[in-house]
Design a binder for this molecule. Sequence first.
Ligand code: KG4
Ligand code: ZN
Length: 364
Amino acid sequence: MGQKGGKKAKIVKMTGADDFHHVLAIETSCDDTSLAIVRADGFVVGCLTANQDLAHRPFGGVVPEIASRNHTLQILPLLEELFSRTSWSWQKIDGIAVTNRPGLIGSLLVGVVTAKTLALVYNKPFIGVNHQEAHLLAPFLWDSDMSQSQLKFPYLGLTVSGGHTHLFHVRGIGHYELLGRTVDDAAGEALDKFAKLLGLGFPGGAKVDEMAKRGDAKKFAFPRTMKGSADLNFSFSGLKAAAVRRIESMSPSEVADQLADLCASFQEAVTESLMVKLKSAQTTLGLNRVVITGGVCANSRLRAMAAHWVEESGRIEIFMPALKYCTDNAAMVGLAGIWRLARGERSGQTLAPSAASFPEDFQV
Ligand code: KG4
Ligand code: ZN
């Protein structure tokens, strides 16, 4: 900017939004080790995720000790690979974002200690990010395979994953009003437990989805728990118990013959329960922009129901992340982190992992 009157004013450079072009992001809250480089407009320069499914499959669920050990093995080789594949360098990294809550403590520890060490060594500002906030912002992400998202604040946001089924009024960065949540199991947890019961393997959600495509969703009458409740909460433990009772009443050959119908009927109960409360919240708040995000939003039936809602309403817009950004990934953590760093927020070297969200993360 030109200066009037000859004498140049001393320019004091403040650290602000313009200083954050790209961040390095780290996600290790559960069993995926993920690293990404993300630009402030949500463009993903690169994102690499090392999946641990094979390590946990024999146990039918995530074993925390195995997850943290694998994060330790994978994280630095993955970082080297990310820089090499994107031809990126530390000079072009303006800050570091890391998931520090909620999640498995041992898993989070690996990411948090790595982020703090890198921040110290390369002298970069860094920030601890809430994993659920990252899921809520994931539909803003885009990359060279897709065009930029048209999503804007405010919106109604449903995070639906293995650990969460939460409904939010998202007003803007840092303004998340919790409208409702599961009172017991998360939707993904219910799908995973159901799949385990049927011996479909781990993680179960995608297997149930695949199997359900060949089944009749009306064959078994599973309950839509809390469908009629006045609040915006969810419950899936009654559905799980009903499925256990139904399967125990069948012979192994009956179960095998009707596997696809069981999956389709169970999946229908889960997805319908989600849609009922989502529609109810939409009517109450009058928000026409809706986000569905988290691992379970990869579900083909949920996506079909959402598409149908958009078509029949003529005014609802639904935004879901691309499939690769539905399940756990560091790109979404990078976006939450870069937007918070740009607002001047920082974490210090005392940042610690936390199994739960902080009370101030969400307003009730
Ligand atoms: O977001 P995510 O990767 O991790 C958590 O934060 O929990 O979500 C994982 C969950 C698992 O429960 C998995 O079974 C479920 O997402 N999932 C699916 C599908 N793909 C992943 N559930 C239903 N249909 C799918 N296609
Ligand atoms: Zn997640």
